[in-house]
Design a protein. Structure first.
Length: 230
């Protein structure tokens, strides 16, 4: 399990923040019909919300938006990925299958509202991630986006640089079909689904759809810098 740290500027806006951590050895296959059926169920739940204003009022999404505002980033221009997916569903836009790891992370993100970083654990340098604030001119290549201006965004960094933000994760540490170790960080900036429930559900999906073994689960509480194993 990697070590996590959260810088004070993040906690000023999110004093109730918790991070669910899941690490496992996995096999990342194409998304099966069974997994896609669970994705369709999650999408139906979001479609039933009905409008984007209601999406923004979900506690977890509202917490992410409030953090962006606190850091000086416009949440209407740089949306968290969970919000962006919900808006896409409500607008009736099509979703495409990816791989098991990507789609099971998306399922939990949709249902919980949390910003979730799904990373290739073998590509994280020195086994530690620290969430801070993006700096002007800091290099960051979003998955499928190219260069992203992360100044003012919350961002996880390892010993090399940025690896994940609530808006998009980084190309360098993304999960691919070759990924054999998944490191997943469920970032609860404000409480919605109980973080323990979201973490255990993520682990259960990994077992059923990504042949997960050597599973580790924990909850990190940055206020007192404690990690509780589940």
């Amino acid at each position: 399990m990697i070590k996590i740290a959260i810088e004070p500027r993040i906690l000023e806006a999110c004093p109730l923040m918790r991070v669910g951590l899941v690490h496992a050895r996995v096999v990342n296959e194409p998304t099966s019909d069974a997994l896609w059926s669970e994705m369709e169920t999650a999408m139906a739940h979001i479609a039933a919300i009905g409008d984007v204003l209601a999406v923004n009022q979900r506690p977890a999404i509202a917490g992410t938006r409030a953090l962006y505002k606190h850091l000086g980033k416009d949440p209407n221009r740089y949306r968290g990925a969970s919000e962006a997916m919900c808006r896409r569903i409500i607008r009736g836009l099509e979703f495409y299958r990816h791989t098991a790891l990507v789609d099971l992370v998306n399922i939990v993100s949709l249902e919980s509202g949390y910003a979730i970083s799904g990373l290739d654990g073998d590509k994280i340098e020195d086994g530690q991630l620290t969430m801070g604030v993006g700096r002007e001119g800091e290099e960051y290549c979003g998955i499928g986006r190219g260069p992203v201006n992360i100044a003012g965004l919350p961002v996880y960094r390892d010993a090399v640089g940025g690896v994940a933000s609530p808006t998009t994760d980084e190309e360098r540490t993304k999960m691919t079909p070759e990924t054999t170790h998944a490191q997943i960080c469920i970032n609860a900036f404000a409480p919605e689904m109980p973080i323990e429930q979201a973490t255990r559900w993520m682990a259960e999906l990994l077992e059923r759809h990504a042949h997960a073994t050597e599973l580790e689960m924990a909850i990190y509480n940055p206020i007192d810098d404690t990690t509780t194993t589940l």
